[in-house]
Design a binder for this molecule. Structure first.
Ligand code: F6R
Length: 598
């Protein structure tokens, strides 16, 4: 996920920088701008946050009334000045900013290099200006070259292009990644989202899929790649800016919960080369380490590894790793951390490395400390997570780990190709299933209202869903301050059950998997003591509906998907309970997004 911004107006340099500041939540590892000043293209870019970038700029150099800019969240190529956008062609006449992921860039890049193009970055995006240049060298106009280029590249792309060849226009195109254009009294604008252009105009159009948009002073022209022209349909924005930054949601946490289908879809596209590199390192003893929610992803995956590929992987909480005095000779440590900066996990990684362990990093932050310490890393594709409580990053960690297990299964011969393909196909259904759950969020909202007066809750599950139970309890306690404990359901009778009295809330994770029949026994034990039972169950499970006081149904799926699906209603429960109790779910007390102390 990245942010793009473009403007055609007086004072373009400062408006460009202000626009990028409002897009910083979409990416903040590097930033860059390009402006057309007479016959020249002025380009400034660098690694780091936008404020550092602005303070290092020579403002006298920044002139012009047409410009494009970019805030980057690295996917291909680590954060660096070279990899920052805008990217240019060889003749430095065309500047492109891009948000998305190009799937066939390697093949196109090889071809262009053979034809004499010189690349200066490791990004997928840089193929776009060179491809446009290549087609222009064949005699096409800028517009036709751009159209041909976008027909050629596969994958998602929202782009804005300026060129000294046609210095009065910004060319935009949109496929899958978001793009908004707007027109105001003082100029025309394009951006990845509405808030970036709201201070300049409230007349905006969400660019439809697969459309080319040409911005000129006072006009916006829309056509498709075949040259058919469309009317520009503007909407008047009536929300306030704060709400708009959250995409219309009242909090980042709920926005991020609703972003999960997209985040999973993008994570499912992690290139096989990264997965295979990591899978080939996974020999000897295998440890999965993480903190908090990331540890829950490790615990869940340890069950999936045994069930799916018959491999034992030991989950260990990062802060306990060194003290556990584990045997690290011939071992692989899979370090899971959304931020890639958690001190406990970094410390455990350094300890493991010092003892000779191989490190596979799984983070949501390319260029973070864990990625640099890892022998192989996999980047989940959640995009930046602003809410302190991890939601979309947890789901994408589980997906990335499932993908890794699948490749490992194939490479080690534990899975046949048809088995691998079957599970891959099931994974591809996940975004739709999560969407289906989210479409029934009101049901969870009602339950959250009912439970928001509780002071205690148990979350109970078996197998991989012990991790789901721990995660559900962590979410509820950290943002709603209801005391919640996650426990293996079978273990609850060895002590915790003594707390249960009439109306004590017990949340059961009870999908139709190998543990279901035994979970029913645990529900009956709790009910016999007067507990109020809320169960997350598989669609149509009559028996569980009958014995539970309340239930939420998740779609029928294969066993390995249930921890992902069952987590979603628990995230919603925590979110709504926090809001009903009057707390800000984005900023729970005493917590920070990235815990960089031991
Ligand atoms: C809980 C939560 C934390 C983090 C933990 C590890 O909602 O967000 O428990 O999961 O601090 O953070 P990362 O994954 O960045 O290492």
């Amino acid at each position: 996920m990245c942010g793009i911004f473009g403007c055609l107006c007086e004072g373009a340099p400062s408006i460009l920088l202000q626009g990028l500041k409002r897009l910083e939540y979409r990416g903040y590892d590097s930033v860059g701008i390009a402006l057309i000043n007479g016959k020249d293209l002025v380009v400034e870019k660098n690694k780091g946050k936008i404020d550092e970038f602005i303070s290092g700029l020579d403002e006298a150099r920044l002139k012009g009334e047409i410009g494009v800019g970019h805030t980057r969240w690295a996917t291909h190529g680590a954060p660096s000045k070279e990899n920052a956008h805008p990217h240019l062609d060889c003749s430095k006449r065309i500047a492109v900013v891009h948000n998305g992921v190009l799937e066939n860039f390697l093949q196109i890049k090889e071809e262009l290099v053979r034809r004499g193009h010189t690349f200066s970055s490791r990004t997928d995006s840089e193929v776009i200006p060179h491809l446009i240049e290549e087609y222009m060298n064949e005699g096409l106009t800028l517009k036709d070259a751009l159209i041909k280029s976008m027909e050629r590249v596969k994958g998602s792309a929202a782009i804005a292009v300026i060129s000294t060849v046609e210095p009065n226009k910004i060319f935009c195109y949109r496929r899958e990644s978001p793009l908004i254009v707007g027109i105001g009294d003082n100029g025309v604008f394009c951006a990845s989202d509405i808030p970036a252009i709201m201070p300049y105009t409230r007349r905006v159009m969400v660019v439809p899929e697969d459309r080319l948009v040409i911005l000129e002073r006072g006009s916006i022209h829309v056509e498709d790649l075949k040259g058919v022209t469309y009317e520009t349909e503007f909407t008047e924005i009536t929300w306030d800016l704060e709400l708009a930054e959250k995409g219309g949601y009242p909090h980042f946490m709920i926005k991020e919960i609703f972003e999960q289908p997209r985040a999973i879809r993008d994570t499912l596209k992690i290139p096989t080369v990264f997965l295979d590199k990591a899978a080939r390192l996974m020999r000897g003893r295998i440890y999965l380490i993480g903190s908090g929610t990331s540890y829950h992803a490790c615990l869940s995956t340890s069950y999936t590894a045994s069930a799916l590929i018959d491999m034992e992987m030991r989950p260990v909480i990062s802060s306990e790793f060194a003290d556990a005095l584990l045997s690290l000779e011939d071992s692989t440590v899979i370090a899971v951390s959304q931020s890639g900066e958690t001190a406990d996990t970094l410390n455990a990684v350094k300890h493991a490395k010092s003892k000779g362990a191989r490190i596979v990093g799984i983070t949501n932050t390319l260029g973070s400390s864990i990625t640099t310490l890892s022998d192989a890393y996999i980047c989940t594709q959640s995009g930046p997570e602003i809410g302190v409580a991890a939601t979309k990053t947890f789901l994408t960690q589980l997906v990335a780990l499932d993908l890794l297990l699948l490749r490992l299964g194939l490479i080690s011969g534990k899975l046949s190709e048809p088995e691998h393909d079957l599970i891959t196909k099931e994974l591809s259904n996940l975004p739709g299933m999560v969407e289906q759950i989210l479409s029934r969020s009101n049901r969870v909202k009602d339950l959250a209202l009912k439970y928001s007066t509780k002071e205690n809750a148990f979350f109970l599950g078996r197998g991989a869903n012990v991790a789901t139970a721990l995660e559900g309890a962590l979410k509820l306690k950290e943002i709603s301050y209801i005391h919640a404990e996650g426990y293996p359901a079978g273990e609850s009778k060895h002590g915790p059950i003594s707390l249960v009295e009439p109306n004590f809330l017990c949340v059961f994770i009870a999908p139709r998997d190998r543990t279901r029949d035994r979970i029913i026994g645990n529900i009956m034990e709790m009910k016999a003591r007067g507990a109020e039972v809320f169960s997350v169950i598989t669609e149509g499970d009559k028996e569980l509906k009958e014995i539970s006081d309340e239930y939420f149904e998740v779609p029928i799926s294969s066993e390995i998907l249930y921890p992902i699906l069952c987590t979603v209603p628990l995230q919603l429960l925590a979110y709504y309970a926090a809001t009903f109790r009057g707390f800000d779910p984005d900023k729970p007390r005493n917590l920070a997004k990235s815990v960089t102390v031991l």
